[in-house]
Design a protein around this ligand. Structure first.
Ligand code: 5GP
Length: 120
């Protein structure tokens, strides 16, 4: 397997409730929580609860319900944290070259300030 999923990665432990997080939204298949090291006034992470490392992995193995839930959770989280209506940025690091630190698929939501050309 190309991307063996580590059941003990930090986000898996947050999903299982073994590590605390500042939750914004929880749905059947997704979870959103504040980043522990915020790089913008609003910096939230949205993850599918299932064991997916990358978009390739997620799109190949997740159900239609999980995929729909995740997409909706991103938009709903942006609204709940007030990133809407002023505007925000979504970012997902995938793989070593991007600097992906946690091997569980996640989308960053940055907002609450002018974002310029920042990358994370
Ligand atoms: P990556 O570089 O993989 O795209 O982003 C991982 C993000 O997870 C980083 O922004 C980092 O601050 C955040 N992070 C790492 N460990 C924890 C944690 O235990 N709790 C929370 N809430 N965020 C974390």
């Amino acid at each position: 397997h190309k991307h063996p999923y580590d059941e003990n990665n930090i986000f898996a432990r947050i999903v299982r409730g073994e590590l605390p997080s500042k939750k914004v939204l929880e749905t059947e298949h997704s979870l959103a929580f504040h980043d522990i090291n915020p790089l913008a006034a609003i910096h939230v992470l949205v993850i599918p609860k299932g064991p997916y490392v990358s978009w390739e992995d997620f799109s190949a193995r997740a159900s239609e319900a999980e995929i729909a839930d995740f997409v909706r959770a991103i938009g709903e989280t942006a609204r709940q944290v007030g990133a809407e209506p002023q505007g925000y940025r979504l970012l997902a690091n995938v793989g070593k070259r991007s600097g992906q630190e946690v091997a569980h698929l996640h989308v960053h939501i940055f907002g609450g300030q002018p974002l310029g050309a920042m990358l994370a």
